[in-house]
Design a protein around this ligand. Structure first.
Ligand code: H2U
Ligand code: ZN
Length: 350
């Protein structure tokens, strides 16, 4: 099996979702004729008069942002979900080929900093800690009325982010979305099987092997997961039990901020560019209807699209769309490359 994992086509199973992935390590040596140049970093001013996220500026719809100095959270002016009652008296799906169900929810926007020119990777860990506090507080508040609170960041135009001002979003929904449902089911199965959280078992395996570890400290681990779909995908895991972000003690928030800072600076070093990604947090669902939280471990996914350079991305097309995801570079190779970036910037420990 060892030799197959390194050099021959095989499939790996995503323990969190149950989905399979095709890995084709033998293809990594094929010739590449695409683009490779690195575009020069563009200058960005710290304040932009027509940015709708900069302090003091007007937003669409006429509200003016306060002159905020740290983080700033507001209700999305173009929310994808509406905070209607009614969906709580949800009649449920009707069944049949034209199935549908009513939903409700809340969409928030989180400005990470008043500075238009920064990214999380440019901020000191204390700045990231303040953002973790906001994520935790919003998760607690929105979780009182919603079973799922999705904290996420889309970074870079390649990911469809409309504004470089550092920001993320939070969507709270009246239902468990598909990823949440899959992770909930797999973690409950895992708890039955191991008598403890699946991701606790997994984090121990990764820490012991080290093959897929990108960076770590005493509290947290960043790995290219065994089942990574995207070339440089990572999973951030706690090395202690915690089901949801609001339950994180201040010291764990501080160590998480250090780990995220290291991970993101390493990402930026990989192709010499402010690294695009979608990232987000998954924690135990909230509310009465969702069962106990014991099987759950809080974790974050980073899904970066880049494959080979600042401009060459991985496309999820063809076989990926019609059959199942596929990758050439193995998760172990990707982890080694990302570890090298970590070593170059700070000697590896977060
Ligand atoms: P993204 O660039 O990550 O998509 O996020 C920007 C969000 O900000 C987007 O969801 C919202 C958009 O609806 N927005 C406002 O709430 N107010 C505005 O004035 C412009 C954009
Ligand atoms: Zn701005």
């Amino acid at each position: 099996m060892e030799a197959i994992l390194r050099g021959a086509p095989h499939r790996r199973r995503n323990a969190l979702t149950g989905e399979w992935l095709l890995v084709s390590p033998h293809r990594a040596a094929r010739p590449w004729q695409g683009q490779v140049e690195i575009p020069p970093a563009e200058y960005r001013p710290p304040y932009v008069a027509d940015c709708y996220l900069c302090p003091g500026n007007p937003r669409a719809g006429g509200v003016r942002n306060p002159d905020y100095r740290g983080t700033y959270v507001f209700d999305n002016d173009f929310p994808s979900l509406l905070d209607t009652e009614g969906a709580s008296a949800n009649p449920g799906p009707a069944g049949g080929p034209l199935d549908a169900e009513p939903v409700s929810g809340v969409c928030r926007v989180v400005c990470f900093s008043p500075r238009h020119d920064l990214t999380l990777a440019d901020m000191p860990p204390e700045g990231i800690e303040a953002i973790i506090d906001v994520w935790a507080d919003e998760t607690a508040t929105l979780g009182r009325r919603h079973p799922w609170v999705q904290v996420f960041e889309n970074k870079g135009p390649m990911m469809g982010c409309s504004n470089p001002h550092p920001h993320g979003q939070i969507w709270a929904t009246s239902y468990l979305p598909k990823e949440a449902l899959a992770e909930d089911a797999r973690q409950r199965e895992g708890f039955e099987q191991y008598g403890r959280p699946l991701l606790e078992v997994y984090a121990e395996i990764e820490a012991a092997s080290g093959d897929r570890v990108v960076t770590a400290n005493d509290d947290w681990l960043a790995v290219v997961p065994w089942w990574a779909m995207w070339p440089y995908e990572t999973l951030v895991l706690p090395r202690f039990r915690v089901a949801r972000m609001p339950e994180l003690a201040p010291v764990r928030r501080a160590s998480l901020a250090r780990l995220l800072s290291a991970l993101l600076r390493g990402y930026d070093a990989l192709f010499g560019v402010s690294f695009p990604y979608s990232m987000g947090w998954h924690g135990a669902p909230s509310g009465d209807a969702v069962g106990d939280t014991e099987p759950w471990q809080l974790h974050a996914h980073f899904y970066p699209p880049l494959l080979r350079s600042a401009t060459v991305r991985k496309f999820m097309v063809g076989f990926e769309m019609l059959a199942e995801p596929q990758r050439d570079l193995t998760p172990e190779q990707a982890a080694e490359i990302l570890r090298d970036c970590q070593n170059r910037i700070h000697g590896g420990r977060a």
